[in-house]
Design a protein around this ligand. Structure first.
Ligand code: DC
Length: 207
């Protein structure tokens, strides 16, 4: 995907990483809305590459913004497919420039994913690592999936969460790990509005 031109760049960057279903998406959207920043859900890039089929490296190289609008990208299958293509170093490399360019856009940006604070934007102004226990995350993801009309059960979703954690944290290239200098936000015992408030406070403290 084409990058933002150099003269549009210079903003404030918030990097939000963490495992699947920890609340990153909700928190990132709320932080972006609160501060008027743009938001990029980088998981969508990997989900789109996984959903395109064929050679994942070629898919990552020809990815366009329209590919991110596919309606099937939120399913559990798309999440697993994303986690599998995300292991491939050439897939990750093909997506770096777009993410870095987005991160530096004027007006500020929030990016959420697994390697934003470690690899994509190690120089981010604020880094958060949002997590929660696997059971809490599975329960939240189950509700989300059911609300979106996907039929599934707790045991299946918990197994999916654990499999993705193992693959995302265990891969050799850009594994999911808390970045140096990141603020840890464990949302296991938090309501979502408390987690959002804590994230906004962490960003406000560094502005
Ligand atoms: O955040 P998500 O659940 O939509 O991400 C789907 C998968 O994509 C995740 O299991 C691993 C991969 N991913 C990644 O490797 N790096 C990122 N920055 C974002 C997602």
């Amino acid at each position: 995907m084409s990058a933002v031109s150099k003269n549009e760049q210079s903003g404030f960057t918030v990097a939000i990483d963490g495992p699947a279903a920890a609340g990153k998406g909700t928190i990132s959207r709320a932080v972006a809305a609160h501060f008027g920043f743009a938001h990029l859900d980088t998981g969508l890039l990997y989900r789109a590459v996984g959903a395109m089929g064929g050679d994942p490296v070629a898919a990552a190289r020809r990815l366009s913004p329209e590919d991110l609008a596919r309606p099937d990208l939120r399913s559990a299958e798309a999440g697993q497919a994303a986690s599998k293509v995300a292991v491939i170093p050439e897939v990750r490399a093909a997506l770096v420039d777009f993410q870095r360019s987005f991160a530096r856009r004027m007006g500020g940006a929030v990016l959420d994913g697994r390697d934003i604070g470690t690899v994509i934007c190690p120089e981010a102004d604020v880094k958060l690592f949002v997590t929660a226990s696997p059971e809490v995350r599975a329960a939240r993801r189950l509700k989300e999936l059911r609300d979106s009309g996907f039929a599934t059960d707790f045991a299946t979703v918990l197994a999916d969460v654990r499999a993705r954690d193992a693959r995302d944290a265990g891969r050799a290239t850009a594994p999911m790990v808390m970045a140096e200098g990141a603020v840890l936000l464990d949302t296991s015992a938090m309501a979502i509005d408390e987690a959002v408030a804590a994230a906004i406070a962490a960003v406000a403290a560094r502005r």
